[in-house]
Design a protein around this ligand. Structure first.
Ligand code: ATR
Length: 277
């Protein structure tokens, strides 16, 4: 059977992770299979014990278990600890180590698309959930100077602003109206919410009328490939980045944690695009 890898999530039926990882294992000639395990929330502890018991070599963790699994791991990498969520588990001879590759995957995709240093840019993040924390943490650890955050529920922005202070990044919490009014002050706008995701493709998380033309607008969503937010941004002359790059990069970084080898990210991207249809 070879080595076993998997995804812990609920639901997992539409996950693209099995296809991209199984292909990547075949590419490096490793006898391994990656399976999506649908884990009900009340069985998270048993699922993690199962990794040890069944000697599963590595796992991804997705919604809604990224926080819950942390209680049952032996060690948590510093970045995952700051983010407060784990999306990758490595089984090192029975010791389970948690990592988070989401934020770094995002920052990597920004570099790939922009091909320039991002430290001097001013960032506006939309959303304050798990994905926002991953992106915010990776950007701040990279050394960006400013990150403002806007969210429907403004109180939820506080932990990110607090984190920014501890990492010496200037940061502001803005309500939607304030963010829309000040939009021209931002170089990179990132949507981390599910607003605009299929099937609600007409929704937009922020009004872009004050967007400056040289701005970059990024959406973590990849279904649809071009959200309403990105369509509007593009029509206004801005550069846009969809969520495919981040998805592929977080997968590739997980693969590297498990195998020590770098997979062919171009192939991974192709498989994702094929599956999206
Ligand atoms: P994820 O792990 O994908 O970040 P999450 O932690 O549940 O998921 O966070 C979801 C984010 O999307 C939050 O910022 C949420 O806003 P609230 O904190 O106000 O709930 C945001 N979000 C989800 N649906 C939204 C909607 N219809 N309008 C505005 N924001 C929305």
């Amino acid at each position: 059977m070879g080595k076993v890898f998997g995804l812990l999530g609920h639901p997992v039926g539409h996950s693209m992770s099995p296809n991209i990882h199984n292909d990547a294992f075949a590419q490096i000639g490793m006898k391994a299979t990656y399976h999506a395990f649908d884990v009900q929330p009340e069985f998270v502890k048993e699922a993690v014990s199962g990794i040890r018991a069944l000697q599963i070599v590595g796992c991804n963790v997705t919604v809604p278990h990224k926080i819950a699994v942390m209680d049952y791991l032996d060690e948590i990498d510093e970045e995952a600890r700051i983010i407060g969520a784990v999306n990758t588990i490595v089984n090192q001879n029975g010791k389970l180590i948690g990592y988070n590759t989401d934020g770094r995957g995002f920052v990597q995709s920004l570099f790939e698309e922009l091909k320039e240093e991002i430290k001097e840019k001013r960032f506006l993040l939309i959303g304050a959930g798990g994905a926002a924390r991953g992106v915010a943490t990776a950007l701040m650890l990279h050394g960006i100077g400013h990150l403002s955050v806007t969210n429907r529920t403004i109180e939820k922005v506080e932990p990110i602003v607090h984190l920014a202070k501890s990492l010496n990044t200037s940061s502001l919490a803005l309500d939607r109206a304030q963010a829309e009014k000040a939009l021209k002050e931002y170089d990179v706008i990132i949507n981390t919410t599910s607003v605009g995701m299929s099937p609600n493709i007409e929704e937009i998380p922020i009004d872009l009328s004050q967007l400056k033309q040289e701005a970059v607008v990024s959406d973590l969503i990849y279904n649809p490939l071009e959200t309403k937010l990105l369509q509007v941004a593009k029509n206004q002359g801005a550069k846009t980045i969809n969520g495919i790059g981040m998805f592929v990069n977080q997968a590739a970084l997980s693969f590297e944690h498990w195998t020590g080898l770098t997979p062919d990210r171009y192939r991974m991207r192709k498989i994702v695009l094929e599956q999206l249809g």
